[in-house]
Design a protein around this ligand. Structure first.
Ligand code: NCD
Length: 311
């Protein structure tokens, strides 16, 4: 589905970045190609001079927020922000719709992170400027997916790869967006999650309907040898209804150098970060560990997004 009305499609015509479901494969490819050019220094340094990006983060963030700030600064633009709900009019009872209407009057685009699934979609209905979903509860995190794909593409062709998703696949929005995007490239998905934290059944059904093979495992050792990419996520503690159910899943998996013995030479290990014990620091110096490179890639990918939406 394309946003932004009918007519003939140019390179990229999404008006907002809300969900990977709104993308076609060529939209993803286009942004990854742009990010690649930006990474080589092929971009106009002041293309967003005079433009303002609003950062509305109603949940904690380090990488997403700072990489959007960095991206905007590198393109010559400025950012304004609300990052502490307690210091905003939300505590006075202002609705998200009103906040978005108001901020639309100040900024040329809005990056929104919110604990409620669907918040970014709702915001896009009230905004008069582009909205970028920087995570909506357990929903989606499309700009993270683009940088995940960009990182994979630095090492291999995206078509028909074997990708393992390990961790909290129920609440992990990065896993949801990535799984969907990989279906554009005929990936085979190998999944492993603590009991009760498997990929949502409706997403698995949707992926299978799109022709994506999804294979579930119980034991990491049974899947790791067949992978080109292992994508590890943390347990999303903040989304658990109570601490007892969190503690029963916490620390139930941890990738160590021993797990990586005898794996494919092409294997790369990714993690959206922050990690909370899922990857042993002993793995960090291995050539397959790409998670810090992955977080660095947030800058060129988000520069590409901002240029497409704001230029
Ligand atoms: C992720 C998120 O917020 O969903 N973080 C990020 O943006 N890199 C992953 C996480 O918090 O586990």
């Amino acid at each position: 589905m394309q946003q932004g009305g009918g007519g003939s499609k140019t390179d990229f015509d999404l008006k907002h970045i809300i969900s990977i479901r709104d993308f076609e494969r060529r939209d993803v490819d286009h942004l990854l190609d742009r990010a690649g050019e930006i990474d080589k220094g092929l971009y106009e340094k002041n293309s967003l001079e005079g433009r303002i990006l609003a950062l509305l983060f109603f949940e904690p963030s380090t990488r997403t927020r700072m990489s959007f700030e960095t991206a905007m600064a590198r393109l010559g633009g400025k950012t304004i922000s609300v990052d502490c709900v307690e210091a905003s009019s939300i505590v006075k009872g202002e609705t998200l719709a009103d906040t978005i209407r108001v901020v639309s009057g100040y900024a040329d685009a809005i990056v929104l992170r919110h604990p409620k699934e669907g918040a970014a979609r709702l915001a896009s209905e009230f905004a008069t400027v582009p909205v970028i979903n920087a995570g909506d509860g357990a929903g989606q995190h499309p700009s993270q997916t683009l940088l995940d794909l960009y990182t994979i593409r630095q090492s291999m062709d995206l078509d028909r790869i074997d990708v393992g998703l390990l961790g909290d696949l129920r609440y992990g929005r990065t896993a949801h967006s990535l799984a969907y995007a990989l279906s554009f490239y005929d990936a085979t998905l190998h999944t492993i999650a603590p009991g009760g934290l498997e990929l949502p059944a409706n997403l698995v059904r949707e992926l299978r309907e799109m022709g994506t093979e999804v294979i579930e495992y119980q034991d990491i050792m049974d899947m790791i040898r067949d992978l080109d990419v292992l994508y590890v996520t943390r347990i999303q503690r903040e989304r658990f209804p109570d601490s007892a159910s969190y503690y029963s899943a916490a620390l139930s998996y941890r990738i160590t150098p021993e797990h990586l013995d005898g794996t494919r030479s092409s294997l790369i290990l990714l993690h959206p970060l922050p990690r909370a014990g899922e990857i042993d620091p002993g793995v960090d110096s291995l050539p397959c560990a790409r998670y810090f490179e992955q977080s660095r890639n947030g800058v060129p990918v988000r520069m590409a997004i901002l240029q497409e939406l704001m230029e």
